[in-house]
Design a protein around this ligand. Structure first.
Ligand SMILES: NC(=O)c1ccc[n+]([C@@H]2O[C@H](COP(=O)([O-])OP(=O)(O)OC[C@H]3O[C@@H](n4cnc5c(N)ncnc54)[C@H](O)[C@@H]3O)[C@@H](O)[C@H]2O)c1
Length: 364
C-alpha cells in the first residue's frame, strides 16, 4: 500500500473538545499534524496505510488539497470534506488555516507543470514498458501510446494492466502480465513485441524496507536485487539481439536518487539501483556505434504506489536528517517526460547518461 492510500471505513472520529483552531483543505500537513484532533485523524489514516508521519517530511509545508492532488485519486474531495468535518467537530470550516507553525512557512504554490504531447513522436515504433500497471511505468506507457507508439505493457498485475489498456481505448497496447524475473515472462514479452523492438523502458521496481546492512534480511536483499537488477538485465539481454539486427534501439533503465547517493534508501535498494547504473554504463559502452543507446533516469521522490516502509528506527533517523534537502515529490507524468525524451529519437547522441529527474536533489 502506498503513501497516499486511505481506507475511510476504519477511520475513527476523535473528540474535538480540545480543538480550537479550524482546519480546512488549505491547511498544511504540518497544521493538520499539530492539531489535536486533525493530528489524530491524519495519523490514523497514515497508520492504516502502514506509514507514519516521518515519511511526509518533504510535503509537510503543502496544503492537504495539494497532497491529495498527487495521490492519484486515492484521496478524494469527499474524503477531505469528511476529514475537515471531523477535525472541526462536525462543521466544514471556511477558515483558511490554523497558523500553528509560523516558524516554518508553507512551500509557495507554484504553477503546475503542463504536459505537452508531441503528436507522432513514437509513430511506427514498438516500445516495451515494464511496470506499466502503476506510477512511473504507467505514465511512460501512456505518453508513448498517446504519441502514436505501439506499447507492449508489462506488469505483474493483470488487473492494473487491463484497467490501463481500457483507459486508452484508441491506443495500440498489448499487455503481458508476468514477473520480469521469470524467464517465461521475458520470452513472452519478446514474442509479443514481434518483428521490431524500437525501445525498452525498464521501469518495474520495488523498494526495500529502509534497513542498513546489519539489519537487512536475505529475503529483502534477494527480492529487491532480483526485481530491480536481475529483471532489468534479463529483459535487456533479450531485446539487444533484435536491436543489433535492426541497427537501432533505445533502452532506458530506471535507477533512482538511491543509485547515485547513499542517503535515499536502505542497503538493498541502494545497492540494486547503483548496480542498474553500472549495467547501463557498461551497456552504453559495449554497444556504442551499433545504433543502440542505453541511458538511465534517476527519479527523486515521486507520488506513486511504491511502498515506503521504515523497518529500522536507526535508519529512519538518519534518513529524516538527510531528507531536509529533498525537494517535494513530483508526479509520474513529469518522470515520463524525462524518460520518453531519452526513449525517443530526440535522445539521439545521448548514450550512457544517468539523468537525474529529481527537481535538483542531486545538485545539493
Ligand atoms: N516513486 C518514487 O519515489 C521513485 C523514486 C526513485 C525511483 N523509483 C523507481 O521507479 C520505478 C517505478 O516505481 P513507481 O514509483 O512507479 O512504483 P509503483 O509501485 O507505482 O509501480 C511499479 C510497478 O511495477 C510492477 N512490478 C513490481 N515488481 C514487478 C515484477 N517483478 N514484474 C513485473 N512488474 C512488477 C508493480 O506491479 C507496479 O505496477 C521503480 O524502479 C522505482 O524503483 C521510484
Amino acid at each position: 500500500m502506498g503513501l497516499f492510500s486511505h481506507n475511510k471505513s476504519q477511520e475513527q472520529a476523535p473528540s474535538s473538545d480540545n480543538a480550537d483552531a479550524q482546519l480546512s483543505g488549505d491547511s498544511t500537513i504540518r497544521e493538520w499534524l499539530d492539531h489535536p484532533v486533525g493530528g489524530q485523524i491524519f495519523r490514523a489514516m497514515l497508520a492504516e496505510a502502514g506509514q507514519n508521519e516521518k515519511v511526509l517530511g518533504p510535503v509537510k509545508g503543502w496544503s492537504l488539497k495539494r497532497v491529495a492532488g498527487m495521490s492519484q485519486g486515492k484521496m478524494t474531495d469527499e474524503m477531505i470534506t469528511d476529514m475537515v468535518q471531523k477535525a472541526n467537530g462536525g462543521s466544514v470550516s471556511a477558515v483558511p488555516s490554523a497558523s500553528t507553525s509560523a516558524a516554518e512557512p508553507s512551500a509557495p504554490d507554484m504553477p503546475e507543470w503542463q504536459e505537452k504531447i508531441t503528436p507522432g513522436r513514437f509513430a511506427g515504433q514498438t516500445v516495451i514498458v515494464t511496470g506499466a500497471g502503476s506510477g512511473i511505468g504507467q505514465a511512460t506507457a501512456s505518453r508513448v501510446a498517446r504519441e502514436g507508439g505501439r506499447v507492449v505493457a508489462v506488469d505483474i498485475s493483470p488487473e492494473r494492466l487491463n484497467d490501463f489498456k481500457a483507459s486508452l481505448s484508441e491506443a495500440t497496447i498489448d499487455v503481458v502480465a508476468g514477473d520480469i524475473t521469470n524467464d517465461e515472462t521475458i520470452e513472452q514479452i519478446v514474442q509479443t513485441a514481434g518483428e521490431r523492438i524500437d525501445a525498452l523502458a525498464n521501469v518495474a521496481g520495488i523498494m526495500d524496507n529502509m534497513t542498513p546492512v546489519h539489519e537487512v534480511s536475505d529475503e529483502v536483499w534477494s527480492r529487491v536485487m532480483n526485481v530491480n537488477l536481475v529483471g532489468t538485465m534479463k529483459l535487456m539481454r533479450a531485446v539487444v539481439p533484435k536491436m543489433l539486427e535492426q541497427k537501432s534501439g533505445s533502452i532506458v533503465n530506471i535507477t533512482s536518487e538511491a543509485g547515485i547517493r547513499g542517503a535515499a534508501a536502505g542497503a538493498a535498494y541502494t545497492a540494486s539501483k547503483h548496480a542498474v547504473v553500472g549495467l547501463t554504463k557498461s551497456s552504453a559502452f559495449a554497444y556504442t556505434g551499433t545504433g543502440i543507446r542505453v541511458n538511465a533516469v534517476a527519479p527523486g521522490g515521486v507520488a506513486t504506489n511504491i511502498e515506503a516502509k521504515f523497518d529500522s528506527d536507526m535508519f529512519m533517523e538518519r534518513f529524516n536528517a538527510a531528507s531536509a534537502i529533498m525537494p517535494p515529490p513530483t508526479t509520474a507524468n513529469q518522470l515520463a517526460a524525462s524518460i520518453t525524451f531519452l526513449l525517443s529519437d530526440d535522445g539521439t547522441n545521448v548514450n550512457g547518461a544517468i539523468l537525474p529527474s529529481d527537481g535538483g536533489w542531486s545538485a545539493a
